[in-house]
Design a protein around this ligand. Sequence first.
Ligand SMILES: *Cc1c(COP(=O)(O)O)cnc(C)c1O
Length: 397
Amino acid sequence: MSTPSDETPEDICPRPSEPPSLATAPLSPPIHLASVYRCESPAQADRILGGDGDGYVYARDGHPNADLLAAKCRELHAADHAAIAASGMAALALAVLAHLQTGDHVVASRQLYGKSLALLEGESGRLGIMSTRVDTCNLNAVRAALTERTRLIVVETITNPILRVSDLGALADMAHERGAALLVDNTLAGPVVCRPHEFGADFVLESLTKSMNGHSDVVLGLLTGKGDVWRRVPGVLSAWGLASSPFDCWLALRGLSTHAIRAEKACHNALAIARWLAKQPQVETVHYAGLIGHPDYALARRQFGERFGSMVTITLRHGRAAAESFIASARDVPFCPSLGELSTTLSHPQSTSHRGLTESDRVALGIFGGTIRLSIGIESVEHIQASLAAGLARIED
Ligand SMILES: *Cc1c(COP(=O)(O)O)cnc(C)c1O
């Protein structure tokens, strides 16, 4: 655009630049940081804001980087709809606020992520949404907890840290018989291990913060939907301000481009490491659904096929002292209370994710002072094994 010679810096500097018109398309997507878009006319603005026209007006309602990421995730899960929210928790808030109202009832797995239970019990409770906590591995307990007002069952595909597996098909049938919906938090599995919509889930939630992005530099969440549960989701996303940032979406799409190959490697490593740990004298218990002795092995084979996820949890003999010594000696395995990073990391549930529970509640979930949750990375099996061996070497057997 030519500049009239009488324009001063005062006028030139703030003038919006024209977006480039490119003769060739970039192979990687641009980052659209704009908070607001120029509309052609009131009619166009009206159409877009009314939800029946392509285009963007305001980034809280939608932006290209969220849509690109959502489209990829929708395809990965063979879902009808997908939305990106500011975090995994924002995605859960989105589902609750879009699907439930005062007087409704939720059946929640007692093994849910701690913050998810806080949202479903404490926060939703304040809004008059009631919930019951059950062991979702026990289908009779789930059936007994359902009431006339139950509108949602919430479970995790693989639970943290004991890595139990729920029967998604049976839970979906149970929910649907009552006119309720099933929401599956698939964060620990991811779409390479499991696609819960195939088993009848109405909503699937994933914290993209974990292995979907996989590079420990983004906090984002995904909600996908199948069928007619989606109607209120776009409006709730905007009105409750749960939307994502374009830069985070751009990073997550980039991370996601290697998710399949990372997940494949991490699952392969995790199975080898679980088998190796089961033979170590300092280890009392190994939790991994891919081991034949795991209580959910048969179900996991049916639901997941050959891949069982990248988390492996162990309980060391000699309790908390052994865990302290392991963490201090396994220097190549950072103690990071999250999961799904590129490299192998560990967490200690008693002092981190499950510190808010009473001791007896922790024991009921199988969490002891010596329990360590490993998030297996994509290094060589030999390297991971050597790092863990260094941690075990200091513990008496
Ligand atoms: C991390 C996590 C969440 C929450 O996701 P954020 O992105 O941290 O908000 C929910 N569920 C599970 C199973 C998680 O591991």
